[in-house]
Write a protein that binds this ligand. Sequence first.
Ligand code: SF4
Ligand code: SF4
Length: 367
Amino acid sequence: MAQSSESQVFFFPYGGKRSFLGGLRTLFTTIAHVVAPGDAVAVKVHMGEYGCSTYLRPALVRRACDLIKAVGGKPFVTDTTTLYAARRFTATQYLATAAFNGFTRESLEAPVIIADGEEGYDGEWVSIPKQAYDCPLDRTKVAKEILNADSMIVLTHLKGHELSGFGGSIKNVAMGCVTKESKAGQHRANRAELDPSKCTGCGECVEACPFKALSIVDEKAVRDDEKCTGCNHCLSLCPEQAFYLPPGAKEKFQVYLAHSAAGVLSQFPDKVAFINFVQDITPDCDCAPPSGLPVVSDIGILASMDVVAVDKASLDLIAKAKPTEKYRHMVSSDILGGINGTDSLIQIRAAQELGLGQMAYQLSELK
Ligand code: SF4
Ligand code: SF4
């Protein structure tokens, strides 16, 4: 975490003569001190939903693993199961999807471990040191294998997100390092509501709900709030659009994200660093293929010890870039938030308020 008035963020821009592999090697030297010889190092990566084409390339992750090994660390590539029922709902499903997407022990020369176990509940509750903005979250359940690591390198594909405006390092840690209970705890902040007047009682949502929280009563869908995890699978599938997000849901969700990130990061004092890959900057996340056309051209790679600064610097670089044809009409300092109907900076401000880092940073360009 930052000690001075500005945090250091190191930036390797794309478009020069050096390849991204060389750039990553140079950037890694700025954060390599978080890895001590012999450390078991969690390399946190979203390995992409089935059908996604813009997740982080396995070659980048392989390079990161090689660099960690070169300083004596023992990397393992890791992520957690999803709350929604697609092709990463269990560890077995996730490993199959990861292999399909190119992430295997052979391709990475490092183990691929789903950190929250087969069903997604293996972990340990940790306290969230501080609360802000009236957020009730005071603990989060960190996935077991991540909690057991000595240090963590968070590799993040920065892109838009339909519920939080954008997904950067804060979100990668907050949602991606915890078990299903804590994913649900965060998603309850933006749980869809049901408008019975639109419901035709077709039953599609009842069939699809992965947590059996819906039933049909008197020809209308009814939800059991105790069983509902807030995964919002029903939100997107109802043919009548009977589910809707309540006002303020996206903003509240971002505050919850910051709190969960605070809990996870409290377990890695001075032992975690963040690398954002600002490329393939799609409006939607890697969970939702197709994720859409890029909003701006590829920008580069950023590295920092400060999760707040690295996300803020990434958004600032996007704000300075020229939007692609489809988004040219959007004049905004927060284009991803604008596309997704929220203010993306809320999660960054909340994370700063919680002491995770600072929005003031110094950007050092490495060539
Ligand atoms: S899918 Fe929509 S219309 Fe069908 S039962 Fe569920 S809420 Fe009602
Ligand atoms: S009711 Fe909807 S939000 Fe709740 S668990 Fe089922 S699919 Fe997910």
